[in-house]
Design a binder for this molecule. Structure first.
Ligand SMILES: *Cc1c(COP(=O)(O)O)cnc(C)c1O
Length: 395
């Protein structure tokens, strides 16, 4: 059984490139070039140099002593929260901007929901001096004002998507429309392991640096390269893809993917995509997605803006179907509790997305000598207002 993408862009039955004919030249150009360019020594060198000097890699693998003592097992945290811009997303935008430059593109577009990918994209556009246009749902622009301000500070133009529900999927539609109209000079940076092939594979490869580092760091700390468990939250699935990547074929490493149950899986307000999802096509990829009986995409819900995506990347749909990874859904309340608990136990305020991953500790029993790695995908600064309201922390 292969868990990697095949030459047609499929993970088992999931993936592919289900795109309108007008988009074909753009996607095909990328498909023909992404592996070739990213394997060039000069590309690899520039990518690694920027990850080191600009992003701050390698990120530490931190042994969480107090957390481990409480749960009677060995818990390590992979500190992606310490990346420049506060999360793992920049690993991918650095990779794609270098690719865009080598393809001769001068104009970058992206879509964003919570604004995190928009910020990571605006950051690398500033770094490279390229024009940046970020599509964002009009409702999300209101909800995520600090990230909109960050993008503007970085010199990006934020364009509101005013159709449909005025959220992420509408912003994605606008970005695709833009790309169709500007096929020559424009590159579309997608922010997770979603979209038509080759995006899911390309993004997974750029994020794979996470598990590459975990192997080396565990070797130093535990005299072994493989942990017993890797745990990561899943929105589209890019931080999990990066944390799982080099362990996927190591059968003794248990992979746990954590989705947002929102107000409860059966509440009608959730983003537990794999559990609730049915096979369908979203953003050019065949995968599991939340949809109504007649195939309309259901609006997802989670208290964490980064997890409320109605689909999941095709790699994860395949990991779910083959049971290679275990999928667990965590509610808003559990995640919020863990946001505070990790802050008080370890002095680390996690993003609410990330806090979902920690709640697995209350759902599974681990042995004293198990080595567990939790991917700490991002820091909680962006979520302070949500924490303040939830815990009533105002004076
Ligand atoms: C965006 C985001 C996620 C979810 O996206 P993935 O592609 O599933 O990783 C998770 N954590 C943080 C901190 C994020 O910003």
């Amino acid at each position: 059984m292969s868990y990697h993408v095949d030459e047609n862009g499929f993970y088992g039955q999931f993936g592919g490139a289900f795109i309108p004919e007008m988009l074909y030249p753009n996607v095909e150009e990328l498909r023909q070039n992404y592996l070739k360019i990213s394997a060039e020594p000069a590309f690899k060198k520039e990518f690694m140099q920027l990850l080191v000097d600009y992003v701050g890699r390698p990120t530490p693998l931190y042994f969480a002593k107090r957390l481990s003592a409480e749960y009677q097992t060995k818990i390590y945290l992979k500190r992606e929260d310490l990346c420049h811009t506060g999360a793992h997303k920049v690993n991918n935008t650095i990779g794609q901007i270098l690719l865009a430059k080598r393809l001769g593109k001068t104009r970058i577009i992206a879509e964003t929901g919570a604004g995190q990918h928009g910020v990571a994209t605006a950051t690398v556009c500033a770094l490279m001096g390229l024009e940046c246009i970020v599509y964002m749902g009009a409702i999300d622009i209101e909800r995520q004002a600090p990230n909109v301000a960050r993008m503007k500070m970085l010199g990006a133009e934020v364009r509101p998507a005013t159709s449909g529900s005025k959220t992420l999927k509408d912003a994605t539609n606008e970005a695709i429309r833009d790309w169709i109209n500007n096929p020559e000079n424009t590159y579309y940076i997608i922010g997770s392991v979603v979209g038509p092939h080759p995006y899911p594979d390309m993004v997974a490869r750029f994020q794979a640096v996470i598990s590459e580092e975990i192997k080396q760091q565990l070797e130093e700390k535990e005299n072994r390269q493989n942990p017993d468990y890797v745990i990561a939250c899943v929105g589209g699935g890019s931080n999990a893809a990066g944390a799982f990547y080099h362990f996927i074929d190591e059968k003794n490493v248990n992979l746990i993917a954590v989705e947002a149950a929102g107000k409860g899986i059966d509440s009608g307000h959730s983003a537990a995509t794999s559990t609730l999802g049915k096979i369908g096509v979203i953003h050019g990829s065949k995968t599991l997605l939340m949809q109504s009986a007649d195939g309309q995409i259901t609006e997802p819900y989670s208290i964490s803006a980064g997890l409320d995506y109605p689909g999941v990347g095709p790699m994860h749909a395949h990991l779910f179907e083959t049971k290679r990874a275990e999928f667990i859904s965590i509610t808003d309340d559990e995640a919020m509790h863990w946001g505070r608990k990790l802050s008080e136990l370890e002095g680390i305020i996690p993003a609410i997305e990330t806090a979902h991953a920690f709640a697995v500790l209350d759902h599974k029993k681990f042995k004293p000598d198990d080595v567990i790695v939790i991917n700490l995908s991002g820091r909680g600064d962006k979520d302070l207002n949500t924490y303040i309201d939830y815990f009533n922390l105002r004076f």
